[in-house]
Write a protein that binds this ligand. Structure first.
Ligand code: PGA
Length: 259
């Protein structure tokens, strides 16, 4: 992480966990650990039904509320969908797109990920764009080619001013929810590659400023080593974001000041 040039972001992904009644005790337990500095942001991407509670209760604790998905459409007859306008109107600042669980279980294509990315940017919400290879792709030596393709596809039609409002998360599929974390060298290698792709697409300045996160079984024990890597600017954390003490330890591993 390099706080001189870019923001550190610790983002929790609650996935389909936690009830509205869980939000208050969670925030209470976590709030003393949230950094005061603006260079480190704590985000919780919560299920849609928890957004209102997290916005209300998290505000004072400096927890920024994120969503986990968005429609590519702006409004209309799309039962079950939530638009970027609605998320923005509610006060949501970040939204995950292209998570491997949505790519796999909901057949989300790179084109759809791109449409959602652009819908979010247009409404002032920062997309957290997830990319990552499968174990098979890694073993076949296809990691970098796949990452290259996914990053470019997600950002098609996104210009350099729009890019300022994007975050990329490298999440190797084989590491998600498996307890099998990428080594810090593996995480750094791919996050660095993503920065090089951004440099190629948008220039050195944009590459230096974009926050690139690592996700995949990041936990209280391995966070410090992963976050110490120069191109890893934070984490996208699933399982360990459900336990306030573990999440607090990960936040503290950034070294950001909460005095
Ligand atoms: P995990 O999930 O930390 O439970 O591996 C990360 C993610 O899916 O974003």
């Amino acid at each position: 992480m390099n706080p001189k040039y870019r923001k550190t972001i610790i983002a929790g992904n609650w996935k389909m966990n936690m009830l509205v009644s869980d939000v208050k005790p969670f925030v209470e337990e976590l709030k003393g650990y949230i950094p005061k500095t603006k260079t480190c942001e704590t985000v919780l991407c919560v299920p849609a039904v928890n957004i209102a509670a997290m916005l209300k209760l998290g505000k004072e604790a400096r927890i920024v509320c994120g969503a986990q998905d968005v429609s590519k459409y702006d409004k209309g007859a799309y039962t079950g969908e939530i638009s970027a306008s609605q998320l923005a109107d509610a006060g949501v600042k970040y939204c995950i797109v292209g998570h491997s669980e949505r790519r796999e279980y909901h057949n989300e294509s790179d084109m759809l990920v791109n449409a959602k990315t652009r819908a979010l940017i247009e409404k002032g919400i920062c997309p957290i764009i997830c990319v990552g290879e499968s174990l098979e792709q890694r073993e076949m030596g296809l990691t970098m080619a796949h990452i290259n393709y996914q990053v470019r596809a997600a950002l098609a039609g996104v210009d350099v001013t729009m890019l300022r409002h994007c975050v990329i998360a490298y999440e190797p599929i084989w590491a998600i929810g498996t307890g099998k974390t990428a080594t810090s060298d593996q995480a750094e290698e791919v996050c660095r590659e993503i920065r090089l792709i951004i440099r190629d697409m948008y220039g050195a300045r944009a590459a230096r400023s974009i926050s690139i996160l690592y996700g995949g079984s990041m936990n209280a024990k391995n966070a410090a080593e992963l976050l110490a890597q120069p191109d890893v600017d934070g984490g996208l954390i699933g399982g360990a974001s459900l336990k306030p003490q573990d999440f607090a330890t990960i936040i503290s591993a950034t070294g950001a000041d909460n005095e």
